[in-house]
Design a protein around this ligand. Structure first.
Ligand code: ZN
Length: 423
């Protein structure tokens, strides 16, 4: 039996009793969830994101008065004309409690969803008594309510004095956290472990190791000409981009687990003109940090070769925003603790590696062990079939509250190694 299990054996019934009151809030949380999912908070809708952020700031105000609203720099992205655009984002919220306590826990969640204002999917629809189909219900407004419930419970107990916590609610996770990553990583350095409220799988299982991810935009410039009169004067950007895209596809599995997907392309106005610009976007997933370095060098070499082709110019924008999350011994100890308490809640779970990324990657990249799928159970996220299993609003909050109480009583599941200093 591992150390976590041994400790739980002596304290589980007390702690399990302590987290029971969370269940009495189930119907309130369901009402709140419906209210929240019907506020559109697409990553590109800062107004809606701020409305959701203000809702949570107001809710957290009952347990902490150290609440900061932070304006983020705009998200820079290259559009299909090859022009860098500045996208305004919603605000990030930072809420702190007891920054000098012995154990410092960082809890994060995102306010944005993938559903734009123009989407027909804006309302909640109850599928069965226990299932709600709604935009962002599982990913992750339900998770944010779980986070809130867990901290409210902790604050209602005397054990809270042992725990300091920081909540970060960011507005840009669904687009890769381009503007919040720096704050996530800065906070990670002053905390002992991270809890993130991305949705779990329908059976409650967690994501384990995660691949890293890079997003890139490539602009291939050619030369316009009349397609009938003097095509020889033109340089066809579509043809050149197609060659480059096929060369990039060769990177798939060039290293173990490496995948490259060209997902978007735009070019041309009419068939009787040689197109002078083609813009395409691709994503690369990697298993190790070394892969990022290798890919970056490989891409630079490839692009420079295309710049040597007569009359063409290729430009590459973007990079690896998220490094892989690999499960080291601290992560394994943390996951084992989560498993122990899940068992005690009669919801045993396991974890598996995934190609998907989240802010857990960012925290792990600066050395903060974290478990990143502590949110609600649900499925079909990022689609109009997204649903949440409503009872998980309670039992997942109980799970998180148990983790916090355990740490308050018995310490971290691994040796404290924080070097960033307590603020
Ligand atoms: Zn999410």
């Amino acid at each position: 039996m591992n150390k976590a299990a041994d400790i739980c054996k002596h304290t589980s019934s007390d702690l399990l009793n302590w987290v029971q009151p969370i269940a009495s809030q189930q119907s309130l949380r369901e009402e709140q969830l419906i209210e929240l999912v019907e506020i559109n908070s697409s990553s590109l809708n800062p107004q809606g994101i701020n409305e959701v952020g203000e809702w949570f700031a107001n809710a957290f105000n009952k347990i902490s008065h150290d609440i900061e609203r932070i304006h983020l720099p705009p998200w820079e992205r290259v559009d299909f004309q090859g022009v860098v655009q500045q996208q305004t984002l919603g605000d990030l919220w930072r809420i702190k409690k007891r920054p000098h306590a012995k154990y410092q826990i960082l809890l994060t969640g995102h306010l944005d969803t993938v559903f734009p204002l123009s989407s027909p999917f804006q309302k909640a629809n109850r599928l069965q008594a226990e299932c709600l189909n709604a935009p962002g219900a599982a990913d992750m407004k339900g998770g944010l309510l779980v986070l809130l419930s867990a901290l409210e419970l902790l604050e209602s107990t005397p054990l809270a004095q042992q725990i300091g916590w920081t909540v970060l609610l960011n507005p840009d996770e669904e687009i890769g956290s381009p503007s919040s990553a720096a704050i996530l990583e800065e906070e990670a350095k002053t905390h002992d472990l991270g809890l993130i409220y991305e949705p779990a799988l329908p059976d409650g299982n967690l994501a384990g190791a995660r691949k890293g991810s890079g997003n890139f935009t490539c602009c291939v410039h050619g030369k316009a000409a009349h397609a009938g009169r003097e095509p020889e004067l033109g340089r066809n950007a579509i043809n050149k981009a197609a060659e480059l895209i096929l060369e990039l596809a060769q990177l798939n599995n060039a290293r173990p687990g490496l995948t490259l997907n060209t997902g978007m392309i735009n070019s041309g106005e009419t068939t009787n003109k040689v197109p002078d610009l083609a813009v395409f976007k691709f994503n690369i997933r990697i298993e190790t940090k070394d892969d990022a370095h290798w890919c970056t060098q490989h891409l630079e070499t490839l692009i420079s070769q295309y710049n040597e082709h007569d009359g063409y110019k290729a430009e590459l924008h973007g990079g690896f925003g998220r490094m892989p999350k690999q499960l080291d011994s601290q992560h394994l100890a943390l996951y084992s603790l989560v498993q122990e308490y899940s068992k005690q809640l009669n919801r045993p779970l396991t974890y598996a590696a995934t190609g998907g990324c989240c802010d857990g990657n960012n925290l792990a990249a600066v050395g903060l062990p974290n478990v990143d799928t502590l949110g609600v159970r649900g499925d079909f996220i990022h689609s109009h079939n997204e649903y949440i299993q409503l009872p998980s609003l309670t039992d997942r909050a109980q799970l998180s509250a148990l983790l916090l109480l355990h740490i308050a009583q018995h310490g971290l599941p691994f040796k404290q190694s924080r070097t960033g200093g307590i603020k």
